[in-house]
Design a protein around this ligand. Structure first.
Ligand code: PLP
Length: 385
């Protein structure tokens, strides 16, 4: 089957956060991480059928929805989970916040590696926990972990470690050895591991695969909260349907207790879309990944040929996010400058990078939109500053 990723779907004037930001201005939105593609036909038809049913009462997943996740984990990663391990959530950011509240007390520390998706740093602070991060290092053209600094960052108040795998914004897929070393680190320091694996089915490098951290060993499984969703991969984040997988009953009970009365339930349409995604949308996902790979290659060629002063320092192994080093342009506010030239990127400073050094471009869009966005980036780079 051949799916259409080429025809742009008009989103201006809709309820899209991404497009509303620049409403009425000629700025292409390449910031927040959703894609401009329609979701898989299999998901759309399941949703249509559910809408036609016409009743939208309080929802609870049917058995086949939960089983679709259990089967996907087995099929995709050889990870045997049980239905009871799944805790439904309306979003992964909710999961990060709940985890901080459940596993660290006020004043205690949540450690992570940065730059990273901003809620990794804000979630602990939302409830008076302390967020600390250890900067990644660039070694032989790849982003890596500074293990010595990581050891030094642990204090008696450190309780929790947030892992982003694959990593947003660095687009890095953590290797099995690296994950094993992180697991050993968490076990040795008695840390709970919260693994955000939302981008796990968007691996662009065919030589790489995703390893759920919790699947590494029974010891690490006993202290890991895995956060996942069909949202990024199948472009349904607006349906608010995610889940935590928590194998250990005591850890799960503590997590669930922290959600009580605050965390909203998942909705009827979200459950239906989730099941259709995992059961029927794999052919679409495969084509999507191929298309994103093409977009990535276009960006790499364009940056090398046409964007002097912009660097992509490491391979884009996963996600639809490109991390540009723009420090050589000498701009105090690179994103304001790019906006002036008609393209809206995410400011690297939000992810914890030094101000003025990095910008993130979302390439989850048609090739025509991407080509136009890159043309505008080129004009911005060439313009007087
Ligand atoms: C690593 C990561 N986690 C979580 C999210 C957002 O998750 P949700 O919309 O389910 O809260 C994003 C969105 O960009 C992300 O990149």
């Amino acid at each position: 089957m051949h799916f259409d990723f080429d025809t742009p779907v008009p989103r201006a004037g809709t309820d899209s956060q991404k497009w509303q930001k620049y409403a009425g201005r000629d700025i292409l939105p390449m910031w927040v991480a959703d894609m401009d593609f329609k979701c898989a036909p299999a998901i759309l038809s399941a949703l249509r059928e559910r809408v036609d049913h016409g009743v939208f009462g309080y929802a609870r997943p049917v058995k086949s929805t939960t089983e679709a996740i259990v089967e996907a984990m087995a099929r995709n990663y050889g990870w045997a989970i049980e239905p009871a391990w799944i805790v439904w959530l309306p979003g992964l950011v909710v999961g990060l916040n709940v985890t901080a509240q459940a596993f660290a007390a006020p004043g205690e520390e949540v450690l992570t590696l940065g730059p990273v998706y901003p809620p990794f740093m804000t979630a602990p602070k939302n409830s008076a926990r302390v967020s600390t991060f250890v900067p990644f290092v660039l070694r032989d053209g790849a982003w890596g972990i500074d293990w010595e600094s990581l050891e030094r960052a642990v204090t008696p108040r450190t309780k929790l470690f947030y892992l982003c795998n694959p990593h947003n914004p660095l687009a890095r897929v953590w290797r099995r050895e690296e994950l094993a070393r992180l697991a050993e680190f968490c076990l040795r320091h008695g840390l709970v591991l919260c693994a955000d694996e939302i981008h796990c089915d968007l691996i662009l490098d065919p030589a790489l695969r995703h390893f759920p951290a919790a699947a590494l060993s029974p010891e690490i499984a006993a202290r890991t909260i895995t956060l996942m969703a069909p949202s990024k991969t199948y472009n349904i984040p607006g349906l608010g349907t995610s889940f935590a997988i928590i194998g250990d009953a005591a850890v799960r009970a503590r997590f669930v207790r922290a959600t009580a009365g605050i965390v909203a339930e998942v909705n009827n349409l979200g459950y239906v879309a989730c099941e259709a995604a995992y059961r029927h949308a794999e052919p679409w996902r495969r084509e999507l990944v191929g298309y994103l790979r093409g977009n990535r290659d276009l960006i790499l060629d364009f940056v090398a040929r046409d964007l002097p002063g912009v660097g992509i320092e490491a391979p884009i192994e996963a996600t639809y996010l490109a991390w540009f080093n723009v420090s050589a342009l000498g701009l105090a506010d690179p994103c304001a400058h790019f906006e002036k030239h008609g393209v809206g990127l995410s400011d690297g400073a939000y992810f914890g990078a030094p101000a003025g050094h990095y910008a993130r471009l979302n390439f989850g869009c048609s090739r025509a939109t991407l080509t136009e966005a890159l043309r505008r980036v080129k004009a911005a780079v060439a313009a007087p500053r």
